[in-house]
Structure formats: structure tokens, C-alpha cells
Design a protein around this ligand. Structure first.
Ligand code: ADP
Ligand code: MG
Length: 250
């Protein structure tokens, strides 16, 4: 579904990404995992053409090379949840969700039907649809961001730390829901997280990044049992929970 070849990105003196080659398989959930600053958000933005890779790098989406000219149109086929949600505070939940549908000239009936459908899918209370983001809980805001990304029914969903700001109980609840939603919809998902247990729970494939380079790709068991580099084990052990340490898991 997505093919990235020789993707590098520098911001002045900072090298955010270095020669990334990566294929994203249709229908699977791929996790971009790594510490803060490892290049995850930059990679996601390059995937949907919001920013361009340095010269020499190419991104193909369903066989079409993404360029500055076609990026805007191709983005309609990619839902994107930016880090921190990015909801417009002066628009209601419903208005936030339907922004792109309005822009594309959908009739109000079709928009209302779609918003209701999405609220059911994400278990968002209908009475919350007319509230502003600040009048919603953190978990509800994340649902609104997700609905906004899904409104045009894109084949590809790009999620940048969609559960980042939530407390642990809500986070684990939403992880379960997200997994159900991904399975129900059968979409191709690329999800950014720094949390290895979230990566293992949600991902079919985990891509571990360090300083803008891919250290290893594989499922959680492969990262744990056949680490490609000592860094993989360090990264995993750094997140080992006190409970796991007690019970000897991992
Ligand atoms: P992550 O999402 O993994 O935390 P980012 O992709 O946001 O990482 O950032 C990767 C590196 O690029 C970091 O060193 C960051 O400071 C730098 N960076 C990201 N965006 C910009 C920008 N717009 N201008 C300058 N440096 C940036
Ligand atoms: Mg980021």
C-alpha cells in the first residue's frame, strides 16, 4: 500500500531520518516505535505528503508516487490523526469530524448519517457531538480525532500517538477498542507510539526506529527473542513494568 525508498530528512543541522526503506502492507497494522525524537512523526508526515523527503527519496501510495502536486488529493484517501489530536477548539465535535466532508461538498444528510455511524463505531455518545473539544474528556477527544480521520472512509489510517495523553485505565480501554475498530474495518493502519506494550498489542508488524534509522522490523516476539541489535533489548527492558519484573515475564 505504501512504499518508501531511500527516505532521508534533515532539518538544518538535525538529521531526522536516514535512508529509510519500508513497505507498508495492506490490511495490516504497522507500528512505528521509538523514543521521542527518533523520527516517527517525521516519517508519518512524509507518508502522507505533508512534508517532502530530501531529494532522492520516494514514496509510493497504491503505486502512485506522492508529489507536492498530487499530495492534497491523495491525502483524501489517508486518514491522519496528528499528535495531540489537533481538534479545532472553536468547532463542535460534529463540525470537527465533518470538516473534510463539507469541504468536498457532501450533502448534509449524508454527513449526518456518516457522523452517526462513526459515533456508533467509536462508542461516542451522540449528545457529545454538539460539544466543543474542551467540553469533552480526553478519551472522547481521541474518539473525535479518530472519527475525523475516518470520515471519508480512507483505505489508510495514519495515527500519531493517538492515545498519548490519556491516563493508563482509559488508555488500555481505548487500545482494546482501537484494535476492535481496526479489525472491523480491515484498514491499513500505521500507528506511532513509544510504548512497547501498546505496539505489541496493536501491531502486526513493529518497526523500531532509533535516531532516524530502522533498527529492526518484526513482531514483538521477534524483537524480544531475536533482537537485531543490543539496542532492541535495551529498549524493551527500559519499559519492563515492575509487575513483569516480579512475575518473570519477557
Ligand atoms: P518523534 O516523533 O519520534 O518524537 P520527530 O519526527 O518529531 O520525532 O523528530 C525527529 C527529529 O527531527 C528530532 O530531533 C526533532 O527535533 C527534529 N524535528 C522534527 N520536526 C522538526 C522541524 N519542523 N524543524 C526542525 N527540527 C525538527
Ligand atoms: Mg512525534
Amino acid at each position: 500500500m505504501l512504499q518508501l525508498k531511500q527516505i532521508s530528512k534533515t532539518y538544518g543541522q538535525t538529521t531526522a531520518l536516514q535512508s529509510i526503506n519500508l513497505s507498508i502492507s495492506a490490511g495490516k497494522t504497522t507500528i512505528l516505535l521509538g523514543q521521542s525524537g527518533s523520527g516517527k512523526s517525521t516519517l508519518l508526515r512524509i507518508m502522507n505528503g505533508l512534508i517532502q523527503a530530501d531529494s532522492g527519496g520516494t514514496v509510493y501510495f497504491e503505486g502512485t508516487q506522492i508529489t507536492q502536486e498530487n499530495a492534497l488529493n491523495l491525502r483524501h484517501k489517508m486518514g491522519y490523526v496528528i499528535q495531540e489530536g489537533g481538534l479545532f477548539p472553536h468547532l463542535t465535535a460534529s463540525q470537527n469530524i465533518s470538516l473534510m466532508a463539507h469541504y468536498l461538498g457532501w450533502h448534509q444528510d449524508r454527513i449526518d448519517k456518516r457522523v452517526t455511524e462513526l459515533a456508533q463505531l467509536t462508542q461516542f455518545p451522540l449528545e457529545g457531538l454538539n460539544r466543543f473539544p474542551l467540553q469533552l474528556s480526553g478519551g472522547q477527544r481521541q474518539r473525535v480525532s479518530l472519527m475525523r480521520a475516518l470520515v471519508l472512509d480512507p483505505g489508510l489510517l495514519l495515527l500519531d500517538e493517538p492515545l498519548g495523553a490519556l491516563d493508563p485505565m482509559i488508555r488500555s480501554e481505548l487500545q482494546t477498542e482501537l484494535k476492535d475498530i481496526f479489525q472491523t474495518l480491515g484498514k491499513t493502519v500505521v500507528l506511532v507510539t513509544h510504548d512497547i506494550s501498546e505496539a505489541g498489542f496493536l501491531g502486526d508488524i513493529i518497526v523500531l526506529l532509533r535516531d532516524g534509522q530502522i533498527v529492526q522490523q518484526g513482531n514483538l516476539a521477534e524483537l524480544v527473542h531475536t533482537p537485531a541489535d543490543p539496542f532492541v533489548t535495551q529498549f524493551i527492558n527500559a519499559q519492563r513494568s515492575p509487575i513483569e519484573a516480579l512475575t518473570g515475564n519477557l
